[in-house]
Write a protein of this length. Sequence first.
Length: 106
Amino acid sequence: MRSKNPGRKNRKILVKKPVVTNDRGEVSVTHEDFLTLWAEERPMRMEERYQAEARHTMRVSNFRVWFRSDITQEMFILYGDRLWRVTGLAEVGYREELDITAEAVD
């Protein structure tokens, strides 16, 4: 059963998948465009971390999309002008929607 309010998925995201190439013994990982989806973005929290005496702020969001089984935690999301690393996936309902948790890559 689909969400009662599909209008909440009003953000366009681009899912990028990893591609591994091996040229002359050198392994290279790049990310190519995989699919474009409509999502509902829900910022989760602003978390501060201290590294090497410098303060860093980590942005974490949850992107809710219609259920798909072809999205993995090795993927990235391009949303706006920012790249997001997928850190978690959770099925909502029985294959109704998918929550994609991601952190901004700076």
